[in-house]
Design a protein around this ligand. Structure first.
Ligand code: FAD
Length: 201
């Protein structure tokens, strides 16, 4: 973890913003610029495109961005959930392939955890994944999938070893949403909007 002082974070970032913030850039070009200089997700380790910042340094980062009135990083479930998880548990190849496109906002993710019969007690999940040569065959249903209708990728958890106790034998997959065999159905709310989805695998 970085031991840089919060005051130094403020100074470095302010100087960088003076040189790089340009309100005429497209949002995506701004995110590419943030990611290229490791300002998109400074809490991630350096090997994942971050700076290894802890909470005090992140407070300084967030305050400096807000004070400058500049657009922040891409956010979303990929940014908040997938990137830190893959940075911590993935191989370097997985980090390079999966985290970088999250940080520059080019790939959006959804979370495929909850199921009709597995919510708070997620260890009750029924989705199965069975290895078939180089592929995994996944069957199951997910629910409450925020933003599933616009996501490129999903963080899916599925049971891969049913002989293990129920809190084990579960694997985390990074899957493409746009592929044969995955159907995303919107859940229409009383507001008329459909933010959540059911996803059939
Ligand atoms: C805004 C929002 C966005 C969400 N987005 C996603 C998403 O993108 N992807 C995703 O996978 N899920 C998502 N969820 C689903 C969320 O994670 C579920 O609400 C959660 O899994 C709870 O499941 P459930 O609704 O089946 O409730 P249950 O687990 O059935 O719980 C119902 C009630 O019972 C209580 N309860 C449950 N177990 C116990 C226990 N053992 N002891 C005492 N009380 C208990 C709970 O506290 C709750 O009050 C989202 C939820 C919300 C609100």
């Amino acid at each position: 973890m970085s031991d840089i002082a919060a005051e130094q974070v403020r100074e470095e970032l302010s100087n960088w913003l003076d040189e790089n913030w340009d309100p005429d850039l497209t949002v995506h070009d701004w995110w590419i610029r943030l990611a290229a200089d490791a300002w998109a997700h400074p809490a991630l380790p350096e090997a994942a495109g971050g700076r290894g910042y802890g909470s005090a340094q992140m407070s300084a980062f967030n305050a400096t961005m807000a004070d400058a009135g500049v657009l922040g990083p891409p956010m979303g479930l990929g940014y908040m959930l997938a990137a830190p998880t893959i940075a911590m548990h993935g191989t370097q190849e997985q980090v390079d392939r999966l985290v970088a496109p999250i940080l520059d906002g080019s790939v959006g993710w959804c979370q495929l955890f909850s199921e009709p019969g597995a919510g708070s007690d997620l260890a009750g999940l029924q989705a199965r994944a069975v290895r078939d040569g180089d592929e995994w065959i996944v069957t199951g249903q997910k629910v409450w999938t925020s933003g599933g209708q616009v996501a490129d990728k999903g963080m899916l958890i599925a049971r891969t070893d049913p002989d293990q106790p129920k809190h084990q034998g579960i694997t985390y997959f990074a899957i493409d949403i746009d592929q044969a065999g995955i159907e995303v159905r919107p859940l229409r709310e009383m507001t008329g909007e459909a933010l959540f989805n059911e996803v059939f695998l």
